[in-house]
Structures are given as structure tokens and as C-alpha cells.
Design a protein around this ligand. Sequence first.
Ligand SMILES: O=P(O)(O)OC[C@H]1O[C@H](OP(=O)(O)OP(=O)(O)O)[C@H](O)[C@@H]1O
Ligand SMILES: O=c1cc[nH]c(=O)[nH]1
Length: 175
Amino acid sequence: MKVILDAEQIAKTLLDLAGEIADRASRAGDPVIIGVRSRGEILAQRLAGRLAERLGRPVPCGTLDITLYRDDLNAPHSTGHPLVQPTEIGFDIDDKTVILVDDVLYTGRSVRAALSALIDLGRPKAIRLAVLVERGGREFPIQADYIGYRAEVEPGQVVQVNLIESDGKDEVVVE
Ligand SMILES: O=P(O)(O)OC[C@H]1O[C@H](OP(=O)(O)OP(=O)(O)O)[C@H](O)[C@@H]1O
Ligand SMILES: O=c1cc[nH]c(=O)[nH]1
């Protein structure tokens, strides 16, 4: 196991991402932040806080559950009883610039599912993707607009993002 980001580096990376989003996305209007459950949700809340400090106004933040949109929902190993949790987006996404947030971008399948879930909720002006960690191995033509850290990992390795709120500690490791 190798630590690629410690708590201090995660905090700095989120601050830098918020700065980039403030510079680029806010030029296109007021951005809203939506995180993919579960760790994307936590990162989205942190990012929205940093962004609000940068912009000097509150930034709406919501949570998207992609369970029913996953393309492996009916795969042979699936239990057939997915744990579906609510999508919690208390604002209208029509005509907004949505910053979709996830912890890791790998094959792109989770983001594809998130895009399907999002466009069922409205017609945003634009959807941009922000990830804490990007790694190789894309299976779909999906790339991130805002990347915290590019991890150089082998195909068999796993990037694990641990966050205080869900895991008791902020740390990104490669296993
Ligand atoms: O680009 P992809 O190949 O879809 O991989 C990235 C996704 O994998 C992880 O989620 P996972 O499905 O492991 O569930 P988790 O949210 O419980 O970690 C991670 O949180 C991303 O959402
Ligand atoms: O390395 C990976 C691949 C998929 N999802 C993760 O969280 N990490």
C-alpha cells in the first residue's frame, strides 16, 4: 500500500480545485455542485464550502445516487437487491452549470451513469466533471474538466480514497 495523498495534500488539492472552478465555471454563470454518492458527496460538500468562500456567496450543493443507472445492475454477480439511497438535490438544475464531483475517475462507467441520472432531472446549461483522482483505464469516452491528482497506477491496482466523514481519516492510497 502506498499513500499518494495525505490529509494536508487532499485539503490543498480541494482548495486548488475550488480556485479553478471559481475562475472558469463562474465565468459561465453561478455553478452548482453535485456529488456522486458516497465519497463524491462528501467531496462535493467540501468543494462547495471552499467555492463559497472564494465567490463570497453560498453555492448550492446536492447528492446524486446512481445505483439504478449503473450498467452492471443486472450483471451475474449482482444480488438483484441494490441499495438505492435518495438523490438529494434541493434546487433546479435547468440552465445551470453543474459541477459533477466524484472521488475517482477510472473506466468512466460511474460518470456515464451519473450523466444519465442528471439529465433525467433537468436540462443543465453545461455539466463539468471534477474528480479528486484521475487514473488510466477508461472504457468510455469520458474525461474530467477539473482533476485534483493524476495517479500513475498499474491496471490491477486500486486507488482508494478515504475521507474522515466515511472512513475516519483523509488519505488516498494505491493498493
Ligand atoms: O470510473 P469507474 O470505473 O466507474 O470508477 C470510479 C468509481 O468507482 C468508485 O466507486 P465504486 O463503484 O467502487 O463504489 P463506492 O462509491 O462505494 O466506492 C468511485 O467512487 C467512483 O465512483
Ligand atoms: O482504482 C479505482 C477504480 C475504481 N474505483 C476506485 O475507487 N478506484
